[in-house]
Design a protein around this ligand. Structure first.
Ligand code: F6P
Length: 364
């Protein structure tokens, strides 16, 4: 009897980020090229796995996508097979549809499923493993907040986008006597704000890990004015908060697994700064611009390494692992060790020390 061709499934879940297509390409190409597997992709993350919405991923399907932003498979951050939000009598009720996800996995005769996502996605991946699925993960997010890996893919591109925006704001800020506030994403971690802030020469950088004192921020801005500086740039993470205060929440959405949507700190800060310093202040919220665009060369190379590693792990039967970067080496880390954990910026991180050394105000 002819031996059955082995088959993997791939899905991309959670918020999208640059490099997802590069990972899909690397996984599928390595599957076919090195290991003789077939590949299929579930569409729109866990939604596709649960309702069995899928596409074949042949060589032609994954060719020419290395440089493309977004994901050819689609993604969703509002579907969890274990806690599926349904409307009943005008109310939201949650159902466990994980049996449907397992049925789809079995129906396709999958040997393993490669799941590309962040911490929320990996928490669900851990539960799917408990149902008996063979899973390997790839760490994605512009927030760079996943435990177990020095870098997530997509972060470098988002940093580049945010830095370019800060550079442009420098130009216009220097034509006027203004404080320019740039609100960047990053959720509960300050990696994106800190890295783009340092790279863009921000005068004030505010991150969730260091609650700020508005007096300290205003002193810095007034000091710059006194020294004849015509403008200031304030880079603020969406999760930044005043000492003793709360993060600014744009919206609560009970239907999605992570119901808190951050946003609004930039405008809040602008109002405080204008009131206390009388400096003319403008706000730019970079928002989802940071999630789009072609991945940087660094991210393309990282995605390719992560995707190849994930597929090699599948072929070795090393399930329950996530590809991770440690120094310059791509290693593997157990998914269960990183699921649901957030990696914030350590207060002794070298980039914080460097920011202080060049005179950047960190709000404390
Ligand atoms: O996790 C990536 C991220 O872009 C965060 O930085 C941000 O808080 C969140 O997703 C925004 O999510 P949404 O796409 O649901 O608005």
């Amino acid at each position: 009897m002819a031996k059955k061709t082995k088959r993997i499934g791939i899905l991309t879940a959670g918020g999208d980020c640059p490099g997802l297509n590069a990972v899909i390409r690397a996984v599928a190409k390595t599957a076919m090229h090195d290991h003789g597997y077939e590949a299929i992709g579930f569409q729109d993350g866990y939604y596709g796995l649960t309702v069995d919405k899928w596409v074949r991923l042949g060589r032609d399907d994954v060719s020419g996508i290395l440089t493309r932003g977004g994901t050819i498979l689609g993604s969703s951050n509002s579907h969890d097979p274990f806690r599926w939000a349904c409307e009943k009598g005008g109310k939201i009720v949650y159902r466990d549809f994980s049996g449907k996800a397992l049925a789809a996995y079995r129906r396709h005769g999958l040997d393993a499923l490669v799941i590309v996502g962040g911490d929320g996605t990996m928490t669900v991946a851990g539960k799917l493993m408990n149902l008996g699925m063979n899973i390997v993960g790839v760490p994605k997010t512009i927030d760079n907040d996943l435990e177990g890996t020095d870098r997530t893919f997509g972060f470098d591109t988002a940093v580049t986008t945010a830095t370019e925006a800060i550079d442009k704001l420098h130009d216009t800020a220097s034509s006027h006597h203004r404080a320019m506030i740039v609100e960047v994403m990053g959720r509960y971690a300050g990696w994106l704000a800190l890295t783009s802030g340092v790279a863009g020469g921000g005068d004030v950088i505010l991150i969730p890990e260091i609650p700020y004192r508005i007096e300290s921020v205003c002193e810095c801005l007034k000091g710059r004015s006194k020294r004849g500086k015509r403008f200031s740039i304030v880079v603020v993470a969406e999760g930044a908060k005043a000492l003793g205060g709360e993060m600014v929440v744009a919206k609560h959405d009970a239907k999605v697994p992570d119901p808190v949507r951050l946003g609004g700190i930039g405008n809040h800060l602008a109002a405080e700064i204008e009131k206390r310093t009388r400096l003319s202040t403008r706000v730019t919220v970079l928002g989802h611009l940071q999630r789009g665009g072609t991945p940087t060369a660094f991210d393309r190379a990282l995605c390719t390494r992560f995707g190849c590693k994930a597929m090699h792990l599948v072929a070795e039967g090393a399930y329950g692992q996530i590809a991770a970067l440690r120094g310059d080496e791509v290693i593997s880390v157990p998914i269960k060790e990183i699921a649901g954990r957030v990696r914030t910026v350590p207060l002794d991180h070298g980039l914080l020390a460097a920011a202080r050394s060049v005179g950047t105000c960190l709000g404390d």
